[in-house]
Design a protein around this ligand. Sequence first.
Ligand code: AMP
Length: 431
Amino acid sequence: MNILLLGSGGREHALAWKIAASPLTERLVCAPGNAGIARECEVTALDLADHAAVIAFCRANRIDLVVVGPEAPLCAGIVDDLAAAGIKAFGPGKAAARLEGSKGFTKDLCRANRIPTAAYQRFTAPAPAKAYVRARGAPIVIKADGLAAGKGVVVAASVAEAEGAIDMMLGGGLGEAGAEVVVEELLEGEEASFFALCDGETAIPLASAQDHKRAFDGDRGPNTGGMGAYSPAPVMTPQIARRAMDEIVLPTVAAMKAMGAPYQGVLYAGLMITAAGPKLIEYNVRFGDPECQVLMLRLMSDLVPALLACCDGMLGNFDLRWYPDAALTVVMAAKGYPGGYAKGSVIEGLAAAAAVEGVEIFHAGTRAEGGRILANGGRVLDVSALGKTVAEAQARAYAAVDRIAWDGGFCRRDIGFRAVEREKNPAVGIP
Ligand code: AMP
């Protein structure tokens, strides 16, 4: 098959690595890609917002399958436009992508289908939103309805902070994304990411992961796109995973089908594992980044037939096999991220780092120039490793990090600390 992969981050590098390894893959092209992806497959410059250009590329190159990495083209309806042109694509159509594109849509779907989630109300005007906040009290969570590049959620410790967030969002501080807000109850427990493949009719679980969103050690500092992740998530016991499928994912797939917007693609459920069981925090309509990197390392089966089964409604009898090993990824970011940072610093030692046993290095934001690899983004490298335990995967990943010479970069030194703690003392706290 000729496959076109859309995107340019670490998630897409991991997908390219796995798709390129499939015996079904004749030719793989990634657009726009990055310097690491260019070592796995061809890359080409395409503007993903220009659907007509993507379609023209598919026609000219006889592309059999398009795999869409990021959410923006999904929410913009690229899968619908490709389908209308007769081109098969992995990912939800625009109507189904509302599960990520509109938090209010997802909350209403949960309410209508008794899917466990935080209690909430939707608002388009500040006064009733503030009255609701005062009635509920703090802590409380304020969310912009639309896509806000990770800036759309404020976990407010006080009523005043909540009111400030409402004024900021409804006052246009996040643009169109904040024209409506969801105000919801704060959930308590441990967070986990849970992934399922969906074919419009049914779903099969992938695996669980946990990520570290804060920039600095000890889960401190500003929120980021993710500074590291590991899989499996110890908090996702087989029983909790079963409940997440039965109580959250499968009812969502059924509800989307019933409303004529069948969900095909990967569904990423951000869960809070509370004392009462798993509750949905939010959906994403694509693989997590950097969770995808650890999932691809652990996946033993060929990915391409699974992607095709999602597109073709054939997941019913599908089975995936996983390595029992743990996987962990450490994100190396440019100094200053998630604030301002410089591009263009030189990264050395990548070959030596990749030689550490069990290690795979995915590029998140790099470019090649004159045989050298240069930083070209906020999150730049995902240094990833498999190991028999999270502790072993962690030790391998950091051994590789220590072989990388990059003055312009930094990383957290404690990725996976909760899981490593649990491995040392398995009795510790599964809530
Ligand atoms: P979201 O973009 O919805 O995933 O929210 C970003 C982060 O805010 C989540 O990963 C949680 O850490 C936190 N969060 C969002 N909603 C809630 C909630 N209802 N209760 C507790 N934490 C939340």
